[in-house]
Design a protein around this ligand. Structure first.
Ligand code: SF4
Length: 606
């Protein structure tokens, strides 16, 4: 089969058995790949009520049908497991080239079950798979682990792609991440803790095959056409030049950026030293990209000297600049870069870690939790203390043990749950629903809690993309709840589609949905239509929502936290809050959910 390998590897870490499992063609047609296929497998074969930190929680790495092709934006891949942070469905979409390596090794994915008796490495070289002892890697940070693996596995010199955990994953930090060889991160949902719980230190893959297309001639023509389209696209060019942090410059003006633990509407002065031009002039070393990407938005940075000196490596994205910058009242980009580097090395999500620090800074200011409890002077903007908080958390050392439980659990234990800014236990990304009301609805209806990637509202309401072919024309006014349910219902389908195709959402925003159909047809030979793909997106959303329902999460959790429902007094979004009741009622009707937010049985197709 072209586009798909129609098989995946199932690894029982307890017994060491490695099996090749096959897929029916019909499954790709209905669930596409990536997180869609993972959701299907979860419901079909696994226990949807599984304890996230138990051997029975499967850790799944999946590709999409375009992964490994030459099409732009197709270099990403999915990681899925039940989340130790939220206790609910967890998924990540990660950049780099790992997914392409898995596909070129001849598989659509790898599913890890059980728990190894000691630290192990899973090594897939072409179609030869084995488990190796990884005791010598345990305790190393993610970058050190990759360096050791590259040295040990270099063989004939063909590229080795890796995904590994750091000390945070080993120590069960609930927002531990999985980090790949270029410093791209599967950060949200704490899937690194699942990997650590399985004693799986790293996964390394060398793909030796060649991608085959159902229609090679069409594939060549489409690749060239889309590369040309992206080359002439203004926003694609801006993304390349400024990176994702280009969003900070406009976001501060549009009421999107979190400031002082989501309490203040704007902080213009911070732009002087956090903006993307300062970034390019002061810390940027070079620009890199994911597999087959012609846009290339990723940054390699370096800080030469001072308290935040760091070696050349992956630079912070917009989300991190906000969550480790403006939201902590820190205007030092060098400090953000250091915090990002530390989190990447130790293997933790910068959004979740930054959120923990922000709430503790507010707690200290309000006299709820001070230095006597935390052992740190977490005054606003004190980045030396913030860096120490990161180290303590990864090690679960002292108060780090409490921080490692995540912001909602921590704030609740302090008797101040209102300081946590989460939906379903997942910290808000750096996009404020008071500035863009549809984001609030997307956070509530997203299948992994507050997330800017589960639904593409950010692209549509934020003005990065429009898809007139399905009525998403834009531009849309951010600070209104009117009409947002209809927009969000479509955005949810596209978000699920992108996460199942493993398509980069930026590239997806710059292309039409018809372009996606063209790529899929050329790669797979399936005669998908756009309507059919949208149906796939909703089908996948229903499956994941059904898993949430089975775990007791429905209308009770479709709730924004107090911070997001309290208007700010300054900045563009001053006085604005989303009308959640109205938007939820409207989208429930569109989705056919009952008053409890439950998916109707006929929508659960397994
Ligand atoms: S635009 Fe950026 S995130 Fe998307 S595929 Fe290219 S390099 Fe990766």
């Amino acid at each position: 089969m072209k586009g798909f390998c129609a098989r995946y590897l199932e690894v029982d870490l307890g017994s060491g058995e490695i099996r090749v499992r096959e897929f029916e063609e019909e499954l790709f047609r209905k669930y596409i790949g990536g997180t869609g296929l993972a959701a299907y497998l979860f419901l079909k074969e696994m226990d949807p009520l599984v304890d996230p930190l138990s051997p029975e929680n499967p850790l799944m790495f999946f590709c999409g049908p375009l992964t490994g092709t030459s099409f732009p934006g197709s270099g990403r891949s999915s990681v899925v497991a039940m989340s130790p942070l939220s206790g609910l469905w967890g998924e990540c979409n990660v950049g780099g080239a790992f997914g392409a390596a898995v596909k070129l090794a001849g598989f659509d994915g790898i599913v890890f079950k059980g728990k190894a008796p000691g630290p192990v490495l899973f090594w897939l070289d072409g179609d030869q798979a084995e488990l190796r002892d990884a005791s010598h890697l345990w305790g190393l940070d993610t970058y050190e682990t990759n360096e050791r693996l590259q040295e040990e596995l270099k063989g004939d010199g063909a590229s080795v792609r890796t995904m590994q955990i750091g000390p945070a994953g080993e120590n069960g930090v609930r927002f531990a991440a999985i980090v790949n060889e270029i410093g791209s991160v599967a950060g949200r949902c704490g899937l690194g803790a699942v990997m650590g719980d399985k004693n799986l230190k790293a996964v390394a893959v060398r793909g030796r095959g060649k991608m085959e297309y159902a229609d090679p001639e069409a594939a060549r023509e489409i690749s060239k056409r889309l590369a040309d389209k992206l080359k002439g696209h203004l926003l694609a060019g801006t993304l390349h030049e400024l990176g994702t942090n280009g969003a900070l410059d406009t976001g501060m003006l549009s009421g999107d950026v979190p400031v002082k633990n989501w309490s203040v509407g704007e902080w213009m002065d911070a732009l002087d030293t956090l903006n993307s031009f300062y970034y390019n002039d002061n810390i940027l070393v070079k620009i890199v990209g994911c597999y087959a990407c012609t846009v290339r938005c990723k940054r390699v940075v370096k800080v030469d000297e001072g308290p935040y000196a760091m070696h050349e490596h992956a630079g912070p994205e917009y989300e991190t600049v906000c969550l480790m910058g403006t939201n902590l009242m820190n205007a030092s980009l060098e400090a953000v870069a250091k915090a990002n580097d530390l989190c990447n090395r130790l293997g933790m999500d910068t959004i979740a870690m930054g959120s923990v620090i922000a709430l503790l800074m507010e707690a200290q200011e309000k006299g709820i939790a001070g230095e006597g409890l935390t052992g740190l002077d977490l005054s606003w903007g004190n980045m030396e203390a913030a860096l120490e908080a990161i180290r303590l958390t990864a090690a679960r050392d002292g108060f780090g043990d409490s921080m490692a439980e995540g912001s909602l659990a921590l704030a609740t234990s302090l008797g101040a749950p209102e300081l946590a800014v989460t939906v379903r236990g997942m910290d808000f990304p750096a996009h404020d629903p008071r500035g863009f009301h549809g984001y609030g609805l997307a956070y509530a209806m997203g299948t992994r809690g507050a997330c800017h990637l589960n639904s593409v509202n950010l692209l549509v309401e934020g003005g990065m993309g429009s898809w007139p072919e399905i009525g998403l024309k834009g531009p849309y006014k951010g600070m209104t709840s009117k009409g947002k349910a209809e927009i969000t219902w479509k955005c949810l389908s596209i978000g699920q589609l992108f996460n199942s195709l493993c398509m980069c959402e930026f590239i997806g925003a710059f292309l039409s949905l018809d372009d996606q159909v063209d790529m899929l047809r050329a790669a797979t030979g399936f005669d998908w239509t756009l309507d059919e793909l949208l149906e796939c997106g909703w089908r996948i959303w229903y499956l994941k929502r059904h898993i949430l329902n089975l775990r007791g999460s429905g209308r009770n959790d479709d709730v924004l936290p107090p911070k997001a429902m309290t208007p700010t007094e300054e900045g563009t979004n001053a006085g604005s809050i989303p009308n959640m009741e109205k938007m939820l009622a409207e989208i429930y009707e569109l989705a056919g959910l009952d008053a409890e937010g439950t998916v109707p049985p006929d929508k659960v197709e397994i």
